[in-house]
Ligand binder design. Structure first.
Ligand SMILES: [Zn+2]
Length: 261
């Protein structure tokens, strides 16, 4: 089981990061596992610093990533892409740890208590918090590609509807906005966005996505049928730009299909 060490901001600022013996001795050291994380949330995740092994996560980095995730959560909710506490958002803290939204939090009301830390192997580093059931879909991406700095998952109407109609892949072509996606330099592009069957077994779904990524490493995102969109980027701003591009393209496809019919 993983170990979480946390302390308040004042204490975290009192010395260099890196886990001094004094700090470790003066802070609660608690063992946390998935089964014990349904309790009350800490008063604020930003009041905590984290340890996943011997090297501490910089609390300033955590604060910055959390603020970015809160911002993108509010933005996506305001656009109707994250209804009813759905979706999940994450950002890399360092090579082995991420910040991610706490399960069940309303993204339009997201605040610091709705962001937690965990490592890419799935160990929870913020006591009292439980991540989304879909967390493995984030972790798999961070493990396989160190250049990924953020993963965003939305449940928009357009992603939900189109993913039920388009078969195994949704083809996006001849849109100028395709150029907002990595590696695309002309509208004369055909992007086949894969659609995976929805599956409550997230480990199995993550394996399926990983196999697709092994075949197509440059894939910028994917859909889950009747569910939503996953995309990622080098940081939160980059991933947000991709979410905006995809959601724009999906809306265009929905409108086009509704007019043609
Ligand atoms: Zn979802």
């Amino acid at each position: 089981m993983p170990t979480a060490i946390w302390w308040n901001d004042e204490r975290a600022r009192s010395g260099p990061l890196g886990g001094s013996a004094e700090r470790a001795a003066s802070c609660p050291v608690r063992r946390v596992d998935r089964a014990s994380t349904n309790g009350p949330h800490p008063r604020s995740a930003l009041d905590c610093a984290f340890a996943g092994g011997t090297e501490m996560v910089d609390p300033e980095v955590f604060k910055q990533r959390a603020a970015e995730l809160i911002g993108v959560g509010h933005f996506c909710f305001s656009r109707g892409w994250l209804p009813a506490t759905s979706g999940n958002l994450s950002a890399r803290l360092d090579a082995s740890r991420i910040a991610i939204t706490v399960s069940g939090r309303h993204k339009g009301e997201l605040d610091a208590s709705g962001i937690m830390a965990m490592d890419v192997e799935g160990r929870i580093l913020t006591e009292g918090c439980r991540p989304s059931a879909e967390t493995e879909l984030h972790l798999m991406l961070y493990r396989r590609d160190p250049s990924i700095g953020a993963v965003l998952h939305t449940h928009s109407v357009n992603a939900t509807v189109l993913s039920r109609l388009a078969g195994d892949a949704l083809t996006l072509s001849d849109y100028e906005v395709l150029k907002a996606l990595p590696g695309i330099e002309t509208h004369e592009t055909r992007l086949a966005l894969p659609i995976f069957a929805n599956d409550q077994d997230i480990g199995r779904l993550a394996l399926e996505v990983e196999r697709a990524l092994a075949r197509t490493p440059d894939l910028p995102g994917y859909l889950i049928a009747g569910h939503g969109l996953y995309t990622w980027g080098s940081n939160v701003a980059d991933a947000r730009r991709r979410i905006e591009a995809f959601e724009f393209l999906l809306e265009c496809e929905t409108l086009t299909r509704s007019i043609i019919r």
